[in-house]
Design a protein around this ligand. Structure first.
Ligand code: ADE
Ligand code: ZN
Length: 348
C-alpha cells in the first residue's frame, strides 16, 4: 500500500466540494450566535451532539434535511468568506493545489440573502487562497433540483453579471436526485449557456439515480463532466462512451459510505472505472458531514485498494489534473509537480 506521505505530496485537485458542506460544528455554532439565529429544536444543540449526528445518515435526503438547516446560520458576506477560507486553510495542509467548488445560491436567496453577497464572500476567499496559499480555484453555482425550474432560471438571471465576467466559471445541479431528472433543467442550462458560451457545465447524476440520468445529463444538459456518476457502471454502452469522450466522474468515496450508497469504500467500482479507462477524480463532497477532507478520501481509498501502486495513483492524479477546468499553463505546472513527486518516491 502507498504511504500517506506520498498521497499527501501528490498535487491534488478537487472538483466535487460543496462549500456549504464544509460548515464544521466549530464554525456553525459561533455563526448562529454571531447572527442571532435560533436553530430548530430537532437540530442538535451542541458541537458534541452535532458531531454524533454527522456520523451516519439514512440516505441523501436525510443528510440534506440537516444540511439545509445548518446553512441558515450563514448571513453576512464575512460568514461566506470565513467558511470558504477555513476550507482552503484545511486542505492546504492536505496537499490540495486546485479546487473547483460548488455553492447553492438558492439556499441563500430563499432566505433573502442576495446572490451577490454570497458570491462576493466566496470570491474573496478564493482570491486570498491563491495569493497566500497558492491554491487556484473556480466557483461553480449549482441549481437545487428540488426547486421549481422557473426559480432556477431566475437564479441564473440574478447570476448573469458573474457568469458574464467568468467569476462563476461553471454551472452544476445538486440536491435530491431521484425525483428530479435532468430533463427538467434543459431550459435552465440553455439559458446559462446563452449568457456565456464558455461556461463549464456539470451535474450530479448516478449517485442514487440510474445510469440514464448520466447519459441524459450529457445529451440534454450538455454537461462535460458528471458528479458522482458511479451508477454508470451498470450500462456498458455508457461506460464505453465515457471512456471514448474522456468524461470525468467526480467520485466521493466517504460520502458514498455515509449516505449508504455503498456499505464500504471497497465496494465502489473504482477498479472497473480504471480497467474501462473512464477517468475519475476523488473528492470530499461535504467533508464536515462525511468525516474527511480530500486527503482522508485518498487515504481511505488507498487502504481499501491496497494493490494500487504509485503508477496507479499517478494515473488517478493525472486524470484529475487533466479533467480540471484550469488553463493549460496551470495544468502543465501541476503535471510537472506530479512527475517530480512520483520520481522522488520511485527512487526512495
Ligand atoms: N452529495 C450530494 N448530492 C446531492 N446534492 C448535494 N448537496 C450537497 N451534497 C450533495
Ligand atoms: Zn455533491
Amino acid at each position: 500500500m502507498v504511504s500517506r506521505e506520498f498521497l499527501q505530496e501528490l498535487p491534488k485537485c478537487e472538483h466535487h466540494l460543496h462549500l456549504e458542506g464544509t460548515l464544521e460544528p466549530d464554525l456553525l455554532f459561533p455563526l448562529a450566535k454571531r447572527n442571532g439565529i435560533t436553530l430548530p429544536a430537532e437540530f442538535p444543540q451542541s458541537v458534541a451532539e452535532l458531531e454524533a449526528k454527522y456520523c451516519q445518515f439514512r440516505d441523501l435526503q436525510d443528510f440534506l434535511d440537516y444540511y439545509y438547516i445548518g446553512t441558515n446560520v450563514l448571513i453576512e458576506e464575512q460568514d461566506f468568506f470565513d467558511l470558504a477560507w477555513a476550507y482552503f486553510q484545511r486542505v492546504h495542509q492536505q496537499g490540495l493545489v486546485h479546487a473547483e467548488v460548488f455553492y447553492d445560491p438558492q439556499s441563500h436567496t430563499t432566505r433573502s440573502i442576495p446572490l451577490e453577497r454570497v458570491t462576493r464572500g466566496f470570491q474573496r476567499a478564493c482570491e486570498r487562497a491563491e495569493k497566500e496559499l497558492g491554491i487556484t480555484s473556480k466557483l461553480i453555482m449549482c441549481l437545487l433540483r428540488h426547486m421549481e425550474p422557473e426559480h432556477c432560471a431566475e437564479t441564473i438571471e440574478q447570476a448573469r453579471p458573474f457568469i458574464e465576467q467568468g467569476i462563476i466559471h461553471g454551472l452544476g445541479l445538486d440536491s435530491a436526485e431521484k425525483p428530479f431528472p435532468p430533463e427538467l433543467f434543459v431550459e435552465c442550462y440553455e439559458k446559462a449557456r446563452s449568457i456565456n458560451g464558455d461556461l463549464k457545465l456539470t451535474a450530479h447524476a448516478g449517485e442514487e439515480g440510474p445510469a440514464r440520468y448520466v447519459s441524459d445529463s450529457l445529451d440534454l444538459l450538455q454537461a462535460s463532466r458528471i458528479d458522482h456518476g458511479i451508477n454508470s457502471v451498470h450500462d456498458d454502452e455508457l461506460m464505453q462512451r465515457l471512456a471514448r469522450e474522456q468524461v470525468m466522474l467526480t467520485v466521493c468515496p466517504l460520502s458514498n459510505v455515509k449516505l449508504q450508497v455503498v456499505q464500504r469504500v471497497a465496494q465502489l467500482p473504482l477498479q472497473k472505472l480504471l480497467d474501462s479507462n473512464v477517468p475519475f477524480s476523488l473528492n470530499s463532497d461535504d467533508p464536515a458531514y462525511f468525516g474527511g477532507y480530500i486527503l482522508d478520501n485518498y487515504a481511505k481509498v488507498a487502504e481499501e485498494f491496497p494493490q494500487w501502486d504509485h503508477a496507479v495513483w499517478a494515473r488517478i492524479c493525472r486524470h484529475s489534473i487533466e479533467g480540471s477546468w484550469c488553463d493549460d499553463k496551470r495544468k502543465t505546472e501541476l503535471l510537472q509537480r506530479l512527475q517530480s513527486v512520483v520520481q522522488k518516491h520511485a527512487s526512495a
